[in-house]
Design a protein around this ligand. Structure first.
Ligand SMILES: O=C(O)[C@H](O)[C@@H](O)[C@H](O)[C@H](O)COP(=O)(O)O
Length: 260
């Protein structure tokens, strides 16, 4: 069975250019296939790392981020207004989108519908409809196939808003699901479901810092049904982990040299 790729770097400074090369390759493949690049992103520390990877000026044509071709979705989002401190949209905006050079044609961004914040089921259903319309005619209608998912990994092994042991891990029908009892605050959120996550063309996790080393050991050496491990099992070598050395200290899983 194919296995997830684990790429480790001394620090984020070295990780960022590799992540950039990987994202640009996924972007170019998406544009070649469909003329656009459909990507979903998480919150946490990811937007900041993405900014470090993607904001530097290109060194060549092949190194160019074609923001005008990007369609950005949220892998998970908190049920809060877009300008709230907990909003993943707000985080991406301040960390990355607002920092694009003024001459850049902004990407298309799909935030949640904040008219529906009182009802997380409605919020999830509406966001699923956004995906239905966006992916119409593209792949099988059974599942939206993102060109790339850019995800984080919590210290408990959660990813998106899919938490260890939660019933949401058994969701097989919905593409987007509500959660009212997230153990990480805030409790009310919506998230892509596991089938959508594992069917993406590529899934990249970014996990940095010594605070991740216990869970990285668990994910890569036992799995234990942790959401991140379930993504690794479902996506196989379509999953790639970009980590720093402190996050994988003591992890025996074989690191790959980073080569595209
Ligand atoms: O909305 C969220 O809570 C995030 O999307 C979440 O899934 C995040 O990616 C992980 O908790 C990792 O967070 P860090 O990168 O900050 O460790």
């Amino acid at each position: 069975m194919s296995q997830a790729n684990l790429y480790s770097f001394p620090a984020v400074d070295a990780l960022a250019p590799a992540l950039r090369a990987y994202v640009i390759q996924a972007q170019n493949a998406g544009i070649a296939r469909h003329g656009v690049f459909k990507v979903a992103v998480s919150g946490g520390s990811l937007p900041k790392t993405l900014a470090q990877a993607l904001l530097p000026a290109p060194s060549s044509d092949a190194d160019t981020v074609h923001w005008d071709k990007w369609e950005i979705f949220f892998a998970d989002e908190r049920a809060v207004p877009l300008d709230h401190a907990d909003s993943n949209y707000g985080l991406l905006k301040t960390e990355l989108l607002d920092k694009l050079p003024p001459s850049t044609t902004q990407p298309t961004v799909h935030p949640i519908d904040t008219n529906l914040l009182d009802d997380t089921q409605e919020l999830a259903d509406q966001y699923e409809q956004v995906l239905v319309h966006s992916f119409a005619g593209r792949d099988s209608v059974r599942l939206p196939i993102f060109d790339l998912l850019l995800l984080g990994c919590g210290p408990d092994g959660h990813t998106c808003s899919l938490f260890p042991g939660h019933e949401l891990l058994r969701e097989t029908d919905a593409w987007v699901a509500p959660i009212e009892d997230s153990p990480k605050p805030p409790p009310r959120r919506v998230t892509l479901t596991l089938p959508v996550v594992t069917h993406a063309v590529k899934v990249a996790f970014v996990a940095t810092g010594a605070g991740k080393k216990e869970v990285m050991k668990e994910i890569f050496e036992g799995g234990n049904g942790l959401p991140c491990a379930l993504v690794n099992e479902g996506a196989g070598d379509r999953a790639s982990w970009f980590v720093d050395d402190p996050a994988v200290e003591g992890v025996t899983y074989v690191r790959r040299p980073f080569n595209l």
